[in-house]
Design a protein around this ligand. Structure first.
Ligand code: FAD
Ligand code: NAP
Length: 334
């Protein structure tokens, strides 16, 4: 275990903070030996640190999950179940699946971070969420050391939500995640911009490799690369609001984008609301709102977590004032 460790290499916001204690675990056995410390010390488990904002030094133990290994568990004529260690890099897993012709993860290409965090907020992009291909996960209960298997119905997956972010927060450490992937994949190009990119690439009968490439191209064209510009992706969730709220916004903004979300509700695009409120591309010292994607807050270098947090608070209050919609942070704040 190391003491007073800079966390800059372990998260993607590029913020200079320290953890009082830091360690990595590479196996279930190593994790089991850590459990007594986790029961008595404030702790945080991380993968790639791409969904975190540290607003101060962390007065506890940051434990990085480095459990590796990808195994085929079973297969039928149509499907394969693939199990991955929580410490595997997410995009490398997607790339391997695409290369092997296993369909299901291709729309989730180029999402930073590790496999173990993917069920935490039921990661999603371009019309697919991991719940769509999720088979089970194995997690260690911190209080007892027992390994428990969770199937989809146990995880309470929702929009950027799971039971591990709510009811079971800080109670389990995810060690393995298994996915059910198709050997005869049908591609999902329902998200308009994918079709446009495939058209641009002159692809008329897309394979999962084409869809993955289209998603990679789109993401590279509009999202900042954390190795160049500190960020944690979308800082806010897209708000789901009653239709009446949309009707009210429409009286001033006829073309407000919205997507049906069931039971008389609609999903609004948080990035659109922030842009209309005038924040897109605005810089405040070392931090700001990305110029191509208003949903992404960035650290130009030397910014503090408090500055990013205060910026997010300013945005929440302004959007609330202008549209009557309360934005919720997606990034985990420490
Ligand atoms: P971390 O940031 O390390 O951890 C996130 C949370 O999970 C923390 O609360 C942590 O304590 C907990 N955690 C991590 N590992 C474990 C574990 N093994 N057991 C228990 N708890 C754990 N997200 C999307 O959903 N869709 C996107 O399209 C997307 N695009 C992004 C693009 C960019 C440029 C960036 C920077 C981020 C993006 N994200 C996106 C957010 C982020 O990459 C994902 O949420 C990712 O799954 C986080 O993985 P991580 O390993 O970095 O998690
Ligand atoms: P975008 O294409 O500019 O669209 C803006 C928003 O509208 C998206 O957030 C998306 O919601 C919604 N949307 C667009 N088309 C939709 C459709 N056909 N059906 C339902 N909802 C639709 O979005 P973007 O910011 O460039 O991101 C593209 C995708 O990558 C999105 O799925 C987004 O969630 C994901 N992404 C996530 C993060 C993150 O950190 N969480 C970061 C970057 C990108 P949804 O978000 O619900 O899809």
């Amino acid at each position: 275990m190391q003491t007073d460790v800079s966390l800059k290499p372990y998260h993607t916001f590029g913020i200079e903070v320290e953890a009082r204690l830091f360690t990595e675990f590479h196996s279930l056995e190593e994790l089991q030996t850590l459990l007594p410390t986790l029961r008595t010390t404030p702790f945080l488990v991380c993968g790639g640190g791409s969904n975190m904002l540290f607003t101060r030094n962390f007065d506890g133990l940051l434990a990085r999950n480095c459990i590796l290994g990808i195994h085929e568990i079973s297969r039928t004529e149509k499907e394969v179940i693939l199990e991955s260690g929580a410490g595997e890099n997410w995009h490398q897993l997607v790339e391997s699946c695409v290369a092997m012709g296993y369909g299901g993860l291709e729309n989730l290409s180029l999402i930073p971070g590790c496999v173990g965090a993917s069920p935490m907020q039921n990661i999603g992009a371009y019309g697919v969420e991991i719940k769509d291909v999720f088979e089970y996960l194995d997690a260690v209960e911190i209080a007892t050391g027992e390994i428990k298997r969770f199937y989809a119905e146990d995880c309470a997956f929702g929009y950027r939500e799971s039971i591990f972010k709510s009811e079971l927060k800080n109670q389990y450490i995810i060690c393995k995640v298994a996915f059910r992937l198709s050997l005869y994949p049908t591609v999902n190009t329902s998200y308009g911009i994918i079709e446009a990119e495939l058209e641009r690439l002159s692809v008329h009968v897309p394979t999962i490799k084409d869809v993955s490439q289209a998603v990679i191209n789109i993401r590279k064209s509009k999202l900042p690369d954390p190795s160049q510009l500190g960020n944690a992706g979308s800082f806010f969730k897209n708000p789901v609001v009653p239709e009446a709220v949309l009707d009210k916004i429409r009286t001033s903004y006829e073309k407000v984008p919205s997507y049906p979300a069931g039971e008389g509700t609609v999903k609004l695009a948080a990035g659109w609301l922030i842009e209309q409120a005038g924040w897109k591309g605005k810089r405040f010292g070392a931090v700001g709102v990305h110029e191509l994607q208003a949903l992404v807050l960035v650290n130009y270098g030397g910014g503090t977590g408090k500055e990013v947090y205060d910026l997010s608070q300013g945005i929440i209050e302004d959007v609330q004032h202008k549209f009557g919609v309360t934005l919720e942070r997606e990034v985990n704040i420490y």
